[in-house]
Design a protein around this ligand. Structure first.
Ligand code: ARG
Length: 419
């Protein structure tokens, strides 16, 4: 008889290992994590602590989530308001890196996972828990991000991923929920993940990438045809690469991002449709809503270009792309990310000034920028008489500039003529 040995990673606990111990579950209050709250207790005979992070999910009632967790038998529940930490340590570094995975996705979900993992490990340490648990599926990126961050911070931690262990389909889950008196909330046909930086929408009819998404997939942005018929101008001010004011009004960063999500959403900015390459090799169709991220990244990149030399800007684009790739690919904790941050922060020291945008029915056009640090010099650029640019020097420059190209062509021609 052939014995099939199932692969088990170091971080996966044995069933008996957690008996009588404590597990910290990243809890959203939805059906999946509610079912696992019971299931883990049953399977591992352990006690549970639930943890919910407030990172700006709209319409979440954190009090209700806590009550629900307690009703389902957790010995303790933590709600952490991590909005400011998320913006300061995850969102703004991404903005300074103009981070768009594959040129499109502003990484809002990817940025939040290392923060969730960090808090789960922190609470586990504080409460003496032996394991953490999360609700990710076995097909996505989020499992990799949480796991890699968690075991990097604490190499001894055990990680439970019920969705890949239990083998439930949707009906099994509902049945399990009924059996254990777990409330079954009315669920959207889509899988949604959101925070201050954006909203991800997956599953259902979106899995047919040739089909336009249904209007009911969108919540933060209106259809362009329903956006105002009037142009809206906004001016965003940056200091050291960080947005500090809208239309001259200074405000704290949480409010600023919320306000840009509102203004952008109303003008249909930031609807993204992305055929994305996941870490695990799947190409998946993702719909995103990122009004603030789209406005801020395009404004930031424009201003950054104003203050950078040609060489710096070209090199920074490579660094930015690498940064976005690392963060997407679950390597937030790789030292290379920190190394890149040093360069990115250094460039951003000079990203001070204002960018003006014109919003109209789904488009956000940059129509002006101003900075005391800009390398733009009117006196050099102008076609007016007062120009200080030495046009006489151009001829000498051109003679030498194309020297090698000219030589190469001459040599090629000479050899061809000899054939
Ligand atoms: N595809 C995106 C990413 O990998 C979004 C994931 C959204 N997560 C979710 N649990 N629905 O970052």
């Amino acid at each position: 008889m052939k014995v099939v040995k199932l692969f088990k990673a170091n971080f996966q606990p044995e069933k008996e290992e957690l008996k009588g111990k404590t597990v910290v579950l990243l809890y959203s209050g939805g059906l999946d994590t509610s079912v696992m709250l019971k299931w883990i207790q049953e399977k591992y005979e352990c006690s549970l602590i639930s943890l919910t992070l407030d990172i700006g999910q709209r319409g979440k009632d954190f009090k209700k989530i806590e009550e629900k967790a307690k009703k389902l038998g957790v010995k303790k529940h933590f709600t952490i308001d991590a909005k400011q930490e998320f913006i300061d340590n995850y969102v703004f570094p991404a903005l300074k890196a103009n981070a768009l995975y594959e040129g499109t996705y502003p990484l809002h979900s990817a940025l939040s996972r290392p923060l969730l993992a960090k808090w789960a490990i922190k609470i586990a340490k504080k409460e003496g828990a032996a394991a953490i648990a999360h609700g990710c599926t076995g097909k996505g990126n989020d499992q990799v991000r949480i796991t890699v961050t968690a075991y990097t911070i604490n190499p001894d931690i055990k990680i439970i991923q019920p969705v890949v262990e239990w083998g439930f389909n949707r009906e099994d889950e509902v049945e399990y929920a009924k059996k254990h008196s777990i409330p079954i909330p009315s669920q959207s046909k889509y899988s949604i993940d959101e925070n201050l930086w954006g909203r991800s929408i997956e599953c259902s009819d979106l899995e047919y990438p040739e089909m336009e998404p249904n209007e009911d997939a969108f919540e933060w942005t209106v259809n362009p045809k329903n956006a105002p018929d009037k142009v809206e101008y906004i001016t965003i001010e940056f200091q050291k690469g960080i947005p500090v004011a809208i239309n001259g009004e200074h405000m704290d960063s949480i409010k600023l991002i919320q306000k840009l999500n509102d203004i952008g959403g109303k003008n249909s900015i930031g609807r993204l449709d992305h055929l994305e390459d996941r870490i695990v090799g799947i190409k998946s169709r993702e719909i995103y809503e990122n009004p603030a991220a789209v406005l801020l990244i395009s404004a930031h990149k424009d201003l950054e270009k104003s203050v950078c030399t040609t060489q710096e800007f070209a090199f920074k684009s490579l660094v930015d792309e690498k940064w976005a790739n690392l963060v997407y690919s679950a390597l937030w904790v790789d030292p290379l990310k920190e190394d890149l941050d040093v360069f990115i922060n250094n460039v951003n020291e000079r990203v001070n000034g204002e960018v003006r945008l014109k919003l109209y029915k789904g488009t956000a056009q940059i129509v002006g920028r101003k900075s005391d640090w800009a390398l733009y010099d009117y006196n050099l650029a102008t076609y007016e008489k007062i120009s200080k640019f030495n046009e006489k020097a151009s001829a000498g420059f051109m003679e030498l500039y194309g020297l090698q190209a000219k030589l190469a062509h001459m040599i090629k021609k000479k050899n061809e003529d000899l054939e």
